[in-house]
Design a protein around this ligand. Structure first.
Ligand code: ADP
Length: 284
């Protein structure tokens, strides 16, 4: 309650206490929700060609956010721009009101599976322990507690039996689980995931969804590039619709509308009508 004072006159003590408690609750609940990611006037270009134009959005903490849009819409580019991996032509991005560099240990990243060299000779446990390096510093040896955290995260994604396996000897779904465990081991506050559901079986998909919900219940923010429009309403509570420009960003029921989907996907109506049907059904 910094900077706030409460005055009262002529009330009995119980009423006074209740007043203080209520005020405290209000402050506590507003402190619980803060801005996780804010982008302003963000433009990103490859060579001279802009692929993201004037993107503006604000994401509060504690939401599962689907980034949706057609191929080439700039979804991966947006994730990379948030993480400061690409130069910006204009604008800025802040995480918890700070530049990425100042909060990078609070950001967990799950890249697209195919963008990773899975032939690299390393074990599952090593990959997950790498998630701890942001906290350790690159030249420090992991402590026993880091190894314990890595093992716990692997258990959480059902991969405890594979800790000594070479990563080249995993199925697609298992690779994805290892990457999730690595992000969890980082104990981040914001997670950026690029298509985590691609190429995984139904069991892994369910496991990932459960994990996302658990992260949300811990007030973490998760941004997920997601292709399957039909599962958006079931898995996510916010959407960011993108097609080089931002079409909408907000709570599912405000942003994931037929009109916005049409603006995002243009003429690709067959996919659209099915997705909108799901949303409409869910809203009934
Ligand atoms: P999405 O993830 O929505 O499919 P991307 O962010 O991968 O879209 O790509 C957006 C656009 O930027 C596409 O037209 C793509 O071809 C282009 N692009 C992506 N990466 C590069 C790169 N490294 N150099 C040049 N163009 C790129």
């Amino acid at each position: 309650m910094v900077g706030k004072s409460i005055h009262w006159k002529g009330k009995d003590v119980e009423a006074q206490i209740e007043t203080v408690n209520k005020a405290q609750e209000t402050v506590d609940s507003s402190e619980n929700v803060s801005i996780a990611v804010e982008a302003h006037d963000l433009t990103v270009s490859y060579q001279t060609r802009p692929v993201l134009w004037n993107v503006d959005f604000t994401l509060p903490t504690g939401h599962l956010v689907a980034i949706v849009g057609p191929n080439g819409a700039g979804k991966t580019t947006l994730i990379k721009a948030i993480m400061g991996l690409l130069p910006l032509s204009s604008g800025w991005v802040k995480l918890f009101d700070q530049p990425y560099q100042d909060v990078r240990t609070r950001v967990g990243y799950v890249p697209q599976r195919e963008s990773v060299d899975w032939d690299f000779p390393t074990t599952v446990l090593d990959v997950v322990v790498m998630g701890r390096y942001g906290r350790l510093g690159w030249f420090k040896r992991p402590k026993r507690s880091d190894l314990d955290i890595a093992r716990r995260c692997l258990a959480k994604v059902g991969m405890e039996a594979f800790i000594n396996r070479q990563i080249s000897q995993l199925s697609g779904g298992q690779q994805q689980r290892v990457f999730l465990a690595r992000a969890l081991a980082q104990e981040a506050d914001i997670y950026l995931m690029d298509e985590p559901f691609v190429g995984v079986d139904a069991v892994t998909e369910k496991a990932i969804v459960e994990l996302l919900r658990e992260l949300r219940s811990q007030n973490k923010t998760v941004l997920v590039v997601h292709h399957d429009l039909q599962t958006v309403p079931e898995y996510f509570d916010w959407t960011l619709l993108l097609n080089m420009r931002m079409v909408a960003c907000g709570p599912l029921e405000e942003s994931f509308t037929e009109e916005n989907l049409k603006k995002t996907y243009g003429g690709q109506l067959p996919i659209l009508s099915q997705a909108v049907e799901v949303v409409t059904r869910e809203r009934r």
